[in-house]
Design a binder for this molecule. Sequence first.
Ligand SMILES: NC(=O)c1ccc[n+]([C@@H]2O[C@H](COP(=O)([O-])OP(=O)(O)OC[C@H]3O[C@@H](n4cnc5c(N)ncnc54)[C@H](O)[C@@H]3O)[C@@H](O)[C@H]2O)c1
Length: 252
Amino acid sequence: MNDYFRINGTTAVVTGGANGLGYEYAKALLKQNLKVIICDINENEVQLAIGNLKEFGHIFGDVVNVTSEFEVSNWVKKIVIEHGRVDYLVNNAGVVQRKTIAEMDGTEWDRVMDVNVKGTFLCSKYFAEEMVNQRSGKIINVSSIAGRKAMDLRLAYCTSKASIEHFTRTLARELGASNIRVNAIAPGYISTRMNEDMRNDPIIYGDVVNSIPLGDFGSSDDLIGTLLFLISSASDYITGQTIFVDGGVITA
Ligand SMILES: NC(=O)c1ccc[n+]([C@@H]2O[C@H](COP(=O)([O-])OP(=O)(O)OC[C@H]3O[C@@H](n4cnc5c(N)ncnc54)[C@H](O)[C@@H]3O)[C@@H](O)[C@H]2O)c1
């Protein structure tokens, strides 16, 4: 029988991989025998994550702020020297901001757009240079239900994630001829520290759960199958798509 879900590459990069979903993506990729390189902004958190992920395989990590073109371009050079290639890039680093337009100033707007959109652009740009040379690669961006659905108090976040969806489509067109796929995962309400405050407030928690057709927050495990699908040969003829893993939230 055909091995439809074959993973042909050897090396994966996950941004924002020291915590939350990025950490879980890194663990899942290590379990597929891939060499995994994470980055994050806090040295202690990067070292802690590497220490905890070691038991699952070959994990490496660096302190890199994805909003810095200097740091990202040097990081890519270092990875290519040390590891030779990058087959999969998961643009996971992200921040959320819950404020009304009146409460938010331009600096806060820039912070969300810089991490979520510019960071995805910079990592895609510099890793894609290597993927173009290799004539292979898969870029997986991280959007959100907030990219499709207007959500209260998340003006910058919703705008940034909608940008990721269109960035994904547009970059997929540009890189298709170089044999590079660009897709996105759009998680719904997944339990992580990003939404701990919502889960700790019984009224908000109740409202959110009522809006989810499948009845509860998801877990990081719910995203892993889609991630592995997107790096495997099963998705070789798919590019420019955003896959919602959201318990049905955007149907509402
Ligand atoms: N948790 C959810 O329910 C949910 C839902 C939809 C989408 N998402 C998206 O999933 C991704 C991960 O979210 P999470 O819930 O794991 O959040 P998290 O806060 O637990 O993890 C995000 C990680 O990104 C890192 N990071 C932030 N700014 C960075 C920068 N400038 N450079 C490098 N790293 C940086 C953080 O330090 C952190 O380790 C984000 O893109 C988020 O928007 C999460």
